[in-house]
Design a protein around this ligand. Structure first.
Ligand code: SAM
Length: 225
């Protein structure tokens, strides 16, 4: 699918870049700061999802471990009517995203400073999202445990990954299955203007996640599924 854009969306991405660049000097929000790199490795990568996945305007989206707002903020710019929630553990990053939303006049994003494995047990969040996304947060086995509890049965968890996605999916089969997920597809793509190989691991939620998952961070670290 072609990704549609207009002057306003491009301007919003420019404002985002300016603030990211300025704040990054103080707080080290992201290692990717060069303008061209931000366009390709942050913006094009975040938005590549829209080429492969049909997201309807009412679909709810959760981005776990959004960091400085990737992929959640570029997606919100391109999907303004979708309800989007961003979860991030670090206060300075959450504050940064709050400023970005003010600058971009985005007033309908839900922004939570918390750890995913903690609020996954909260009824307000558990099994309530059509799409749960995560980029550069952990290995797939850990991510499946963090993420699948948030997905509605029939919805999807999609992990942004690089090379080696098949091996990672194979290694994480047990965790995916225990969380009520089923590997649906792995999509490979190249980021525009680079030979950077990327992939989406697409997992469908086929049954409810048992209430004991996700476990605490300490237990997940000690014993990966
Ligand atoms: N997704 C962003 C990106 O692709 O640029 C940020 C990636 S950064 C490497 C990982 C982020 O995930 C960090 O900002 C970290 O604080 C956050 N994070 C890691 N584990 C988390 C958890 N369990 N719950 C919430 N945030 C988490």
């Amino acid at each position: 699918m072609k990704i549609g854009y207009d002057e306003n969306k491009l301007q919003q991405l420019e404002i985002f870049y300016d603030l990211l660049n300025k704040e990054n000097m103080k707080y080290n929000l992201t290692a990717i700061t060069d303008y061209e790199d931000v366009l390709i490795k942050h913006y094009a990568d975040s938005l590549a999802l829209l080429k492969f996945i049909d997201i309807k305007p009412e679909d709810s989206i959760l981005d776990i471990g959004t960091g400085a707002g990737f992929p959640g903020i570029p997606l919100k710019i391109f999907l303004p009517s979708n309800p989007i929630t961003l979860i991030e553990a670090t206060e300075k990053k959450v504050n940064f995203i709050g400023n970005i939303c003010d600058e971009l006049a985005i007033d309908d994003i839900c922004l939570c400073q918390c750890r995913a494995e903690d609020i996954a047990h909260d009824d307000e969040f558990r099994e309530t999202f059509d799409f749960v996304l995560s980029r550069a947060v952990g290995n797939l086995s850990v991510l499946a445990e963090y993420s699948l509890a948030f997905v509605k049965v029939g919805g999807h968890f999609i992990a942004y990954k690089g090379e080696g996605a098949e091996e990672e999916a194979d290694f994480s089969k047990n965790a995916i299955n225990l969380m009520g997920g089923k590997l649906e597809n792995i999509v490979h793509f190249n980021l525009s203007g680079s030979d950077n190989k990327r992939s989406f691991i697409i997992i469908k939620k086929v049954k409810s996640t048992p209430s004991k998952y996700p476990r605490s961070n300490a237990t997940i670290k000690k014993h990966q599924l």
